[in-house]
Design a protein around this ligand. Sequence first.
Ligand code: PMP
Length: 394
Amino acid sequence: MRDEASPYAWIGQAMQTIRRANWYRAVRTVEGRSGAVVKLDGRKVLNFASNDYLGLAADERLIRAAIAATQEFGTGSTGSRLITGHRSLHRQLEGAIAKLKQTEDALVFSSGYLANLGTIAALVGQRDLVLSDEYNHSSLKNGAVLSKATVLEYAHCDLADLQTKLAQQRDRFRRCLIITDSVFSMDGDLCPLPELLNLADQFGCMVLVDEAHATGVLGETGAGCVEHFGCTGRSLIQVGTLSKALGSLGGYVTGSAELIDFLRNRSPGWIYTTGLSPADTAAALEAIAIIQQEPERRQQLWQNVHQLQQQIHDRPSNTFPNRFKLIPSESPILCLQVSDAEKAIAIGQHLQEQGIFAAAIRPPTVPTSRIRITVMATHQLSQIQRLVEALFSN
Ligand code: PMP
């Protein structure tokens, strides 16, 4: 006989466990347009929690492009592209991404998450091996699980560990895919891409690199980490999002024309889902033009990043675990590691009282609790100073 408890009772118990561990998370309401200052739960705050690195999400030109596309084509794409047909706008965007990345072709997905799931699951299967950096984004990890390939994690950015695993395992499998974030989303450091590509060549592996936080931010023309490291033109698969520096919504894959044609035929995450909305497509297209025409946005972003790093370094920093330690970063993502989840929440609350919005990130998202600060091109120097004052007045 089963007991009388509801089959859903476990959910309440799981929530109690989450609360006890200080892992409980709730969504906050932001009002008005996104930007360096937003209204959070009714109060104006400085925004250091957004991935809108170049401040394009509220740019008038993107807004106008989205409105014009909506007026011309309507709000929805009404079906999957293979069945319902697509707009010339979709192909224009794919052409613009391919041009930015200097690849033969590109394919846009409904989100960056789906682009990773859909691409990895199409590229490898049961007879194959995926080698995955242990700090990879959830979408890469879940793409690997979905593919049914054997998945091995290597230590974060540790090429010696990757090489050992390749030497031990590569020959037992048909295809091998190495997957990595280029900018790690919860630490801000970069993957050692040139060396990783060399290893891949040596062992006959494909490489998929997630440029979600790099596109528009890194590289001379904003093409991302691949450009930053001088790896443009090398054979690899790049995935990314339209939702961060590009201020819109959606994801993409870019690479050889053959790869893209294969994905159009074999990626369920693209085939069986509705095409990107006209508004999102047009906004992203406009953003790609702006990141190429206005390199000064990227320059301003990096100036702001260096300002903040300098100001944090200038303060006494050896107080961890009592206070925090700056995790090494080469991107606009700066994380302050703290001793535990309770401390992260307390600092997050203190910052909010000081009129600053920065995310407290805790396990299971990351192995150690931290305050994650994202810098934007549209932050003023005085706003960065206010953040530093607030961090050190704790
Ligand atoms: N990859 C990385 C590294 C990310 O940080 C994110 C977003 N958090 C994604 C993929 C998913 O992108 P999207 O938000 O477009 O689904």
